[in-house]
Design a binder for this molecule. Sequence first.
Ligand code: F3S
Length: 395
Amino acid sequence: MRLSKTEKMMLEGRYGEACKRSLELIMAIAESYGCGELIKIKSAHVSGVSYKNIGDAGLEHLKDLAEEGAKVRVKTTMNPCGFDLDKPWLFDVDETFFKKQLEIIKSLEAMGIRPSLTCTPYYSDNKPRIGDHIAWAESSAVIYVNSVISAYTNRESGLSALAAAITGRTALTNEHMDERRPSVVVEVSAKISDYSDWGLLGFVVGKLVPDEAPLIKVRRGVRATNDKLKCFSAGLGASSATSIFWTTVQGFPEPRDLKHVIVTNKDLKDARDKWALTRKPTVVFIGCPHCSLRELKEIAEELKGRRVKGDIMLLISTSRGVYRRASKLGLLDVFERAGAYLVKDTCLVVSPIKLSRNDVVLTDSAKTAYYAETMINATRALGSRRACLKEALGT
Ligand code: F3S
């Protein structure tokens, strides 16, 4: 493998043992992809932060790295943890979980990683620019920054993103090349508008073409806002190995000779029917991926002057950065007065919240509905954002 002078010095251990081992990991990954070079990165985002996901083995690994003096060489942010650090009581956190979660965050911070605790760091804490080469984990964020921001990142794992952060390098794969192109056209004849439609569409596309880079062709008049493309990215990431997509509108020229697949109303309906609401929800969850400020403003409008039903918990998750901005705009009062919980730092999937099969979680996120199968012990249902709020408010 061709290495720069600095990379050779890292390999000789001149930047410390942790940096050496991290570079060895990045090189092994690069070799497994047949890459002969590494590329310098501008930022990293690490996943595997919740104690629920990484357990004691993950915690020990991070503690070892921190004790060895590992430091990140680029701006690095972290994914959500198991609870809102200001409201741990909301997530049934016991003493052990609480202590170990804080140890994880402390170890990451000791390496210089910002405690952003969000899967949408691009809204405030870590905003890549067009053309930036970066090393991000968290599939929804990877797909979003590649596809919507036009940055370049591999679909890193928590471990490889951390190693990339420590070395400032990642494998120079095709994902970092200008030649990345769509490999399939997905014609969407289905009607899509709500956030949940976009998330479900991403999930269905991922199931149909799990190893492709799709060009999504929507009907004229369909408005794909960045927040909706974020939901699409999350759905796509949950059901596929894809790291990028493109969008176009029907009638516009497209690359020739590509295979076509069609997503119809029936495809979306069939997928939605699997997560149909059959009983009254006990938990309504919005914010997978974490909500933007615009989304919070829309939700606050719906909540104004209303009250969440007493037997329902309405949970809305966002990032710390967006939470602070929402607070300045007075939105927190609206959520509080309505009896809704606006939380940061976490989400339903990575929290240890104790639910039972008698609980019904209604969400507008296909990703949460999918992961709830194994990560949350409750019945799950998918609905539009409006339907979620209507159920919570009993209107
Ligand atoms: Fe984010 Fe949790 Fe969804 S980490 S993408 S809100 S599963």
